[in-house]
Design a protein around this ligand. Structure first.
Ligand SMILES: Cc1ncc(COP(=O)(O)O)c(C=O)c1O
Length: 492
């Protein structure tokens, strides 16, 4: 990066130097006191021989640097963000107000239990609500993300199978449409994955499933609605087949926002399910953590829930720290309390009788986008979708334009791109999830942009698409190099 930083002097954003490049010796934002007295020989070994490489900047310079950088980003607060699957959902301000209340924000996990009864009550209430909404009997709030919820669920499945004397069951069946975290979680739990080839309509193929169901199967991991936005209508039969073979069904509940208040995965035969609260209940995502990915379980898996957990005795809440059968601890204390309380606030704001509006509006919005874009874009799976709609670049390929070009052009038009090249079961995937919080006006402006891009392709006016994005500071990066050879350390 160049040393130039116009923004540092003019306030106009063109380019931003690294913090170290801004640094000048005249200003130091911190001055550390010297050490008083003798340092013991043990500590001597750790004493610094050279000055720490802390950039010389005043506090306002430091703050301005980071604020300028933050303004480079597209965020859900600055524009539409229609990621499918990883879903960036608007985080209502009321959630933020709730978690900033002093009784919630200023507490510590280790303070006396009788001084945190209020927050324990809210968490316990959230547990009850999530169990009821998803149709399960018990829950852990501990995992810090959906992905960690997967690991937690599989740890419980492992503990349960071990208790049954079935240590040999290590095979986890995962549809080829699954999110990448599913096979990764299975591998982390010492299991091995077998990919199930999907049916031509993107759903689980029962014959393919039966072929792989044998005495080694520990679990099927499935997402419903799946990552192509389609409801697995054979869900009850699928669960029955897995149970008959002695396995358990892990539900990836990332897409619960399509069902909440309308249908319950627990009633469909699923044994445990993680809930991505960032998708269903409008909390910040956390990107693999620190977010929250509570896991709900049925009676079969309940004995293996992680500790610590909240126990209610009369009107008093206490924390159970030990349980012989527990699969262990996956995160310190009770989980990401701030994120969980935001989920509580979102559920409370809707109220018991209106939660189905989340699912209805999410599904309606996705189908509206699908309806407006089909014809201009190829729709690989016919019919209505659930909360997200799947398109491909098949029509645009004829004009030499790929999904990546369309995504980059969207950036120039002021939109965050949708999820691209996922799910892997279709070529050139574009997965769009508007979520329930977006207005028809916003959806229309996004659809208009997508239709303009399709029309540009048809008109052969494609150079602009290959050149995009031209408006942000960074153009197209070499993403392979960035992933394989990232430069993460500043060198003088
Ligand atoms: C289907 C699916 N499963 C699992 C995950 C992983 O969840 P998280 O990002 O919270 O770890 C996601 C991402 O949100 C997802 O879309």
């Amino acid at each position: 990066m160049s040393q130039t930083s116009y923004s540092a002097v003019s306030g106009i954003q063109h380019e931003e130097a690294l913090l170290f490049e801004h640094a000048h010796e005249a200003a130091k934002s911190i001055s550390l006191p010297g050490v008083e007295g003798d340092i013991s020989p043990e500590l001597q070994a750790f004493s610094r021989q050279e000055a720490a490489q802390i950039p010389g900047l005043s506090e306002p310079e430091t703050v301005r640097h980071f604020v300028r950088m933050s303004q480079w980003n597209h965020s859900i607060e600055t524009g539409f963000y229609p990621l499918g699957s990883c879903t960036m959902k608007y985080n209502p301000r009321v959630n933020e107000q709730v978690v900033r209340l002093p009784g919630l924000a200023d507490i510590h996990p280790d303070q006396p239990i009788d001084s945190v009864q209020g927050v324990l009550e809210l968490l316990y209430e959230l547990q009850t609500w999530l169990c009821e909404l998803a149709g399960f009997s018990d829950i852990t709030l501990q995992p810090a993300a959906g992905a960690q919820g997967e690991i937690t669920g599989l740890m419980m499945i492992r503990a349960c199978l071990d208790a049954r004397g079935e240590q040999h069951r290590k095979k986890v069946l995962v549809p080829d449409s699954a999110h990448g975290t599913n096979p990764a979680s299975a591998a982390l739990c010492g299991m091995h994955c077998v990919a199930l080839k999907s049916r031509p309509d993107g759903r689980i193929d029962l014959d393919e499933l039966k072929k792989h169901l044998d005495g080694d199967v520990a679990a099927l991991m499935m997402t419903n609605p799946n990552t192509a936005g389609a409801f697995e209508s054979d869900i009850k039969e699928i669960c029955q087949l897995v149970h008959d073979a002695g396995g358990l069904v892990y539900g990836d509940g990332a897409n619960l926002n399509a069902l909440v208040g309308v249908a319950r995965p627990g009633d469909m035969g699923i044994d445990c399910l993680h809930i991505n609260v960032h998708k269903t209940f409008s909390t910040p995502h956390g990107g693999g953590g620190p977010g929250a990915g509570p896991v709900v379980v049925n009676e079969i898996l309940a004995p293996y829930l992680p500790v610590p957990r909240i126990v209610k005795e009369g009107d008093v809440y206490r924390i159970e720290t030990h349980d012989e059968q527990s699969c262990g601890t996956v995160l310190g204390s009770l989980g990401q309390v701030g994120v969980l309380l935001r989920a509580h606030a979102y559920i409370a704001a809707f109220g018991r009788n209106h939660l189905h509006k989340i699912a209805q509006d999410a599904v309606l919005n996705a189908n509206y986008v699908l309806h407006r874009l089909k014809g201009a874009y190829h729709v690989p799976f016919e019919g209505l979708c659930k909360h997200e709609c799947l398109l491909t670049d098949e029509y645009q390929n004829k004009h030499g334009v790929k999904t990546l070009d369309i995504a980059k052009q969207l950036i120039d038009l002021g939109f965050h791109p949708m999820t691209i090249y996922f799910p892997l079961i279709v070529h050139g995937a574009m997965l769009i999830e508007p979520t329930e919080t977006e207005s028809k006006t916003t959806l229309d402006s996004f659809c208009d942009a997508m239709l303009d891009i399709a029309a540009q392709c048809e008109a052969g006016d494609t150079q602009v698409l290959h050149d995009a994005p031209v408006k942000p500071f960074r153009r197209r990066l070499d993403e392979t190099q960035a992933a394989r050879k990232p430069v993460l350390v500043w060198q003088k």
